[in-house]
Design a binder for this molecule. Sequence first.
Ligand code: NDP
Length: 387
Amino acid sequence: MRVSVFGATGSIGESTFDLLRRRDDIETVALTGGRNVTRLAEQARSLRATLAVTAHDDCYAALKDALSGSGIEVAAGTQALIDAAERPTDWVMSAIVGAAGLAPGFRALAQGATLALANKESLVTAGPLLMAEAARHSARILPVDSEHSAVFQALIGEDITAVERVIITASGGPFRDWSKDQLAKATLAQAQKHPNWDMGQRITIDSATLFNKALELIETREYFGFEPAQIEAVIHPQSIIHALVGFRDGALMAHLGAPDMRHAIGYALNWPERRDLPVARLDLAQLGQLSFQAPDPDRFPALRLAREVMELRGHSGAVFNAAKEVALDEFIAGRIGFLDMAQLVERTIDSLLSETCLTRPVVSLETVVAMDQMARKTAGRHAAVMV
Ligand code: NDP
């Protein structure tokens, strides 16, 4: 099988690399990264990739240098990422963070490759378009987010029309039991420490605000096509159950596993087979208890905003995601507080509600990009008056 990995140097990319390096039946076509060219070159040499691409033009020389004498092709820039996605391959991991992951995923689908989708922003910003692109090219999208992989697995052999509800779990992040006053003072260092999962910086902070869960609610709607009222989120601090599917007869099918992304990645890599994976096996007696609680919409407004987006659809997902990315940048830069992030997203959505195309169906990638840019500008303006 031929594979390519987009975002190979990140958290998901490293977990994917770890699975690929254990296999001798895989040919690596392209690996892409951002600024971490040293690591990208190491991975490319280790997997004997055909091509290594950095997203940044100014990193080209360093990558070229790091791969000299290897015979591995080197390229740089946004267009090079898209060209890499057009290289014939069977399986593509989409693990670039943020809206930058959108275009390569589309190109991979257009050549009929199976898209292992970690980049949740693709479904949030352009869900209907992405699903249509997959259908047009008879290509598969396999969810890699652990919750969506769990739902996917719980649905195997089931009649989707018999599904009553889907419940995705959230650890609640590091601030699960914090008061609003404490949240207002939460620092970057505190927000980027996840209690259960080892992930990239951005998704870790998104877990603290529950924006990550908000993106996942929208992702669930877009990937599986369930109605918003059928999709729930519950706080489950242990992160052992990833999702549950409830059927019309009252049965709930849960997916359990250790919090290790190599399960969902490996499942997508091996699908439709199951193969051995190097993940810890659960000892239920040792775990003792699993607990659950309802999310608090007052302390964590991200879920309420996600519900709004699920109802509005159209380009509201692109606006939501772009505003969230700006809010995150502002928080990381220390310009706004932890609770300001949700406020900034809400203000941006409210400002753009009057835009006629906000709720218009998504028909092209260009309109998604245009709304993304408009939302970034609007969010930037709101952020400027918040600091
Ligand atoms: P990381 O920040 O750890 O890695 C992101 C990757 O994307 C790196 O390879 C980075 O390169 C690259 N990158 C960053 N910016 C750009 C850009 N503008 N253009 C091209 N490449 C870029 O993120 P994660 O691995 O945590 O997450 C990746 C995606 O997977 C996200 O969408 C996230 O929501 C999703 N996801 C992550 C999970 C996790 O456990 N981490 C779980 C489920 C979903 P470099 O580092 O070299 O600069």
